[in-house]
Design a protein around this ligand. Structure first.
Ligand code: PAF
Length: 275
């Protein structure tokens, strides 16, 4: 496995590769990321994982500086998983000057996560487009744990006619249901024991919806359950799984999305449900 830090070395390394798959990450890898590598493997001769903590997608009050950076361990895990190339650029390689040209995703960028993290999806779409241009993959994998990110990026690829197939990957969960996330490492032991309650609330809401209860009321009840346990919720919302619009009554494929804070740690999760 090659560990590459510059765009020119990357281009030289990938020049003769017939098919390239990209798994973009911000590092501090967990089993969910390794699953993305496993999923990509049969599709391409060369598997590239990028590791870059993208300042552009963090708000001024967010955790950019304390985001865990564990390059050596990450590379070891990627090697074991059969990754061909790790692209780990320094900040100056991706943003040699202030990024004044940015990707403006559709209005979906301002809802749900975007309502609480202004500019987040502009930052994500901009860096992902840059990574696509640097790596030039035929295929890229994104986890459905970040469901809205997956849809924003899928829309970017469609609308900008990028010759890239986006493959979604199912969320990987710990045995107790907590969705794997690099940010889980911020949780204290006590918070970690409490954290699966977010998924339990989503499961409760899904059950209510399957029983025919209204999505809004089900959401309210699920959120109340969590908030009574001292979580601070940003949102619980039921949307159309296809496009994240507010669903009309005939839309059957739904996704319940939630973001809530446990102490200082903000967790997000989602669950698809058919009614
Ligand atoms: O999902 C992430 O880790 C990041 O948002 C991504 C896609 C690597 C862009 O920085």
């Amino acid at each position: 496995m090659d560990i590459i830090h510059t765009i020119s070395d990357l281009r030289r390394r990938l020049n003769a590769e017939p098919t390239v798959a990209l798994v973009p990450t911000m590092g501090h890898l967990h089993d969910g990321h390794i699953d993305l590598i496993r999923l990509a493997k049969p599709h391409a001769a060369c598997l590239v994982a990028s590791i870059f903590v993208n300042r552009l997608q963090f708000g001024p009050q967010e955790d950019y500086s304390r985001y865990p950076r564990t390059l050596a361990e990450d590379c070891e895990r990627l090697k074991q998983a059969g990754c061909s190339v790790v692209f780990a650029p320094v900040e100056n390689e991706i943003y040699p000057e202030t990024q004044t040209v940015t990707v403006e995703p559709s209005a979906l960028q301002h809802e749900l996560e975007g309502a609480f993290r202004p500019g987040h999806f502009r930052g994500v779409a901009t860096v992902v487009l840059k990574l696509f241009n640097m790596v030039q993959p035929q295929l890229a994998i994104f986890g459905k744990k970040d469901y809205q990110q997956y849809l924003v990026l899928r829309e970017m690829v469609q609308q900008l006619a990028l010759p890239i197939t986006i493959i979604p990957a199912e969320t990987v969960r710990a045995a107790d249901g907590l969705a794997l996330s690099s940010r889980n490492s911020y949780l204290s032991a006590e918070e970690r024991a409490e954290a699966p309650e977010l998924y339990r609330a989503l499961q409760f809401i899904a059950e209510c919806i399957r029983r025919g209860e209204s999505p809004e009321e089900s959401c309210q009840r699920g959120q109340q359950r969590l908030d009574s346990r001292h979580w601070t919720t940003d949102y619980f919302s039921v949307r159309s799984a296809r496009d994240l619009r507010v669903p009309t009554p005939h839309v059957r494929e739904l996704v319940i999305l939630a973001a809530s804070r446990l102490g200082r740690t903000r967790l997000i999760d989602n669950l698809e449900v058919t009614r």
